[in-house]
Design a protein around this ligand. Structure first.
Ligand SMILES: N[C@@H](CCC(=O)N[C@@H](CS)C(=O)NCC(=O)O)C(=O)O
Length: 207
């Protein structure tokens, strides 16, 4: 059984969808804390950064494996199950590339841009414009990739599609229209939302 510490954000949705797609049983621990509230001492023993999501995988002999950082959780789960991990080396490398583009590029850029535009009390228009330009570079690259590939790694769905879906399905919606007008991304989103695990994962992490 996997204890899943989930927040109602795109990072929570990535792991929720992945657990559903992989058919793994989990115990959902919903965390709906206000940003800035200090994490508890007990939670800091699980994730020393105090961020979410995290998982604790408990095996039949009660051996516990704790994993935090969304990308590391995803890699742990696909290695454990050997699912959503392409067999062909080229597709496998591409799956890691596009998953990392989401976790180390698009996600922190969108999070920082949100702070600059909606939370900061200082006028940071120039910095906001810079974030928007950077986000657009990623969206253009994702759209171009999907022009010649059904899925981000190639012909088949793999874990990088799960990692990219919540951001491109939800978070980008708050940006101006031209950030949402990518035909290849739209085609790919429509094909993924047809999968029950994707719909279930989004619902699980929307509380
Ligand atoms: N690099 C981390 C980022 C995690 C992160 O920023 N989580 C947010 C929710 S998406 C969070 O825990 N926010 C509450 C806080 O910062 O205290 C990851 O990929 O898991």
């Amino acid at each position: 059984m996997i204890d899943f510490y989930c927040v109602p954000t795109s990072n929570g949705q990535k792991i929720a969808i992945l657990l559903c797609e992989l058919g793994l049983e989990f115990n959902l621990i919903k965390v709906n804390r206000l940003a800035g509230e200090p994490p508890s001492d007990d939670y800091l023993k699980i994730n020393p950064i105090g961020k979410y999501p995290s998982i604790i995988d408990i095996d039949s002999k009660n051996k516990k494996t704790t994993v935090f950082e969304t990308q590391a959780i995803a890699q742990y789960l696909i290695e454990k199950t050997q699912l959503l991990l392409p067999k062909k080396i080229e597709e496998r490398v591409n799956s890691h590339i596009w998953a990392n583009a989401v976790s180390s590029g698009l996600t922190p850029l969108l999070g920082s841009q949100y702070y600059v535009q909606f939370r900061s009390k200082t006028n940071l228009n120039e910095i906001n414009d810079w974030f928007l330009l950077e986000i657009k570079r990623y969206l253009q690259a994702f759209d171009k990739r999907l022009e010649t590939n059904n899925f981000l790694a190639g012909d088949n769905i793999s874990y990088c599609d799960v990692m990219a879906f919540p951001i491109l399905f939800g978070s980008v919606k708050r940006l101006p229209d031209d950030f949402n007008n990518y035909n290849n991304i739209s085609r790919w989103l429509n094909s993924l939302i047809g999968r029950p695990s994707f719909r279930r994962g989004i619902e699980i992490a929307k509380f």
